[in-house]
Design a protein around this ligand. Structure first.
Ligand code: NAD
Length: 518
């Protein structure tokens, strides 16, 4: 099978009138479909439940985006069984056939790019640019993992001996449970699911209850391209209620989780416990939270650093695992840098309803998040000096304005705990050495960046800044598939490096075969 070398999907330029027009139309089209009811899909069968729940538009809290089935543990069991039944035939399909289907998914996502982005604008409050980047990343995962599968499907290099013919084959694991967060509702769900499917596994997708519509759209695409029944199943419902049944089922072979530390640790613990009839150790890939820092040195371009810190702290309202939530600034440039980030935030952040083209800062995901972020801001006000934000946002949606709190101690609550919102703690340090030490002093280790022009300081960051994704003289968000394999250290997760050359190995097991030559 011949495919072009992988290339990242380009981002849509919304300065172009035709793209603005296309996105405006997509938002209107999606608006006309709000409030529909979506089914659970198990073994190709569409299922409705007695109880349902609503997905709401965080920009307009009264608006129902879609109505979803509240799955039960009985349906969880049914979904695992359906995936299990489909596994044998699917896992034996030649890799090239699986790749072909996968690339059809990519084709449809490209065709429906504006529409998929529009769903995320309305369901999770992403700006046009952020929603477009989410779809681009999903397309990239599809294209990248397809090529990775082709790479793993060819004979692997082994040491040869005369008396035997040998081979190493990467074979699938079995049934996987895919549990994504809401903040990259297409890209992360798609990335974990694509990797599992293209490697020959079958899956149960359990999307977040804050973003089930985009998952239903992805499910429609799988159905449209003709995945056999049971290969992909969609189970909506409360993670807390159906999660355990999915995780504990003896036929569940692996768990692909991305979300908070608390839920990730629980899944890891439950999955480790052997269940009656279970014949494997479940594999858990858990990518979790962050408390990411950008270090600003005295020997740096402060304007660039300010632009990087503001973009990384406030894009998608700070709701990225990679978001900068700590700016660690060397004393000699601290006051000047603080002034620059205030100026930059005021100049670049446009708050409002993200359905409008030029708004780049929308609501946070839900009321619980809004309340939790506001609580952290109250704590932060006591721990430091509030220099921006802190007030209530527009009450039509779950708005929290960009907030900057200066003079924060490295051990303060808002310097240690993941807030997952638009709150930046600014920390003053004596010098660069102290900055790196402070950067490393949380339980997390996901992304980090340093701004310095000094080569020996850059070397020190490369050696000592302990994060899964380190960036030098650029912001700490915006990892690209294939370019920046993504995953964190310590409590940030299992360092799975999504979008990297090692990722599919997590969804496969290697079988060594040796045949005696007579
Ligand atoms: P969350 O942990 O609350 O939920 C994640 C998923 O787990 C959801 O689908 C949820 O329904 C499900 N879930 C909840 N309870 C469960 C249970 N008991 N058993 C099984 N599943 C359960 O996280 P969230 O609020 O959706 O996402 C935000 C978090 O995700 C942040 O901590 C963020 O840093 C993290 N995140 C990490 C990465 C990464 O790559 N490291 C990427 C994006 C987000």
């Amino acid at each position: 099978m011949k495919v072009e070398p992988f290339k990242n999907a380009s981002f849509t330029d919304f300065a172009k009138p035709e793209n603005r027009q296309a996105m405006t139309e997509a938002v209107t089209q999606v608006r006309s479909q709000l409030g529909r009811t979506y089914d659970i899909v198990i073994g190709g069968e569409q299922i409705r439940c007695e109880q349902q729940f609503e997905s709401l538009n965080p920009s307009r809290r009264e608006e129902v985006v879609g109505i979803f089935q509240k799955g039960t543990s009985r349906l969880a069991e049914q979904a695992i069984k359906a995936a299990d039944r489909a596994f044998m035939a699917w896992s034996r399909r030649p890799a090239e056939e699986r790749v072909e289907l996968m690339l059809n998914v990519s084709r449809i996502m490209k065709e429906r790019r504006f529409e998929l982005a529009a769903w995320m604008v309305i369901e999770v409050g992403k700006s046009w640019v952020e929603a477009d980047a989410d779809v681009a990343e999903a397309i990239d995962f599809c294209e990248f993992y397809s090529r990775e599968m082709l790479r793993l499907a060819v004979p692997q290099p082994l040491v040869e001996i005369e008396s035997e013919e040998t081979a190493l084959e990467y074979i699938p694991l079995g049934v996987g449970v895919i549990i994504p967060p809401w903040n990259f509702p297409l890209a992360i769900l798609a990335g974990m699911t694509f990797a599992a499917l293209v490697s020959g596994n079958t899956v149960v997708m359990k999307p977040s209850s804050d973003s089930p519509t985009i998952a239903a759209k992805l499910m429609e695409i799988f159905q449209e391209v003709g995945y056999p029944p049971g290969v992909v199943n969609l189970l909506t419902g409360s993670g807390a209620e159906i999660g355990d049944a999915l995780v504990q089922h003896p036929r569940t072979r692996f768990l692909s989780f991305t979300g908070s530390k608390e839920v990730g640790l629980r899944i890891n613990e439950l999955a480790a416990k052997h269940q009656s009839g279970q014949i494997w150790i479940k594999r858990v890939v858990a990518e979790m939270g962050g408390k990411d820092a950008i270090v600003v040195d005295s020997e740096s371009d402060l304007d660039e650093a300010a632009a990087g810190v503001v973009a990384a702290s406030f894009s998608y309202q700070g709701q990225k695992c990679s978001a900068c939530s700590r700016a660690i600034v060397v004393e000699s440039v601290y006051d000047e840098f603080l002034e620059k980030i205030l100026e930059n935030t005021r100049a670049t952040i446009v708050e409002g309803n993200v359905e409008e083209a030029d708004v780049n800062f929308g609501p946070v995901i839900n009321q619980r998040a809004q309340e939790s972020i506001q609580r952290y801001i109250q704590v932060g006000k006591k721990e430091g000096r509030l220099v921006l934000g802190g007030e209530e946002g527009n009450s039509e949606g779950y708005f929290v304005p960009p907030t900057i709190i200066a003079d924060i101690d490295p051990q303060a609550t808002i310097a240690q705990e993941e807030i997952f919102g638009p709150v930046l703690a600014v920390i003053k340090v004596a010098d660069y050495d102290e900055a790196i030490q402070v950067a490393n002093n949380t339980e997390y280790g996901l992304t980090g960046a340093v701004y310095t022009q000094n080569p020996s300081k850059i070397d020190k960051a490369k050696r000592e800044f302990h994060v899964g994704n380190l960036y030098i003289n650029r912001k700490c968000t915006g990892a690209l598939v294939g370019v920046h394999p993504f995953g964190g250290f310590n409590m940030s997760g299992t360092d799975s490096k999504a979008g990297g050359p090692d990722y599919l190995l997590l969804f496969t097991q290697a079988k060594s075969i040796a045949e005696k030559v007579s």
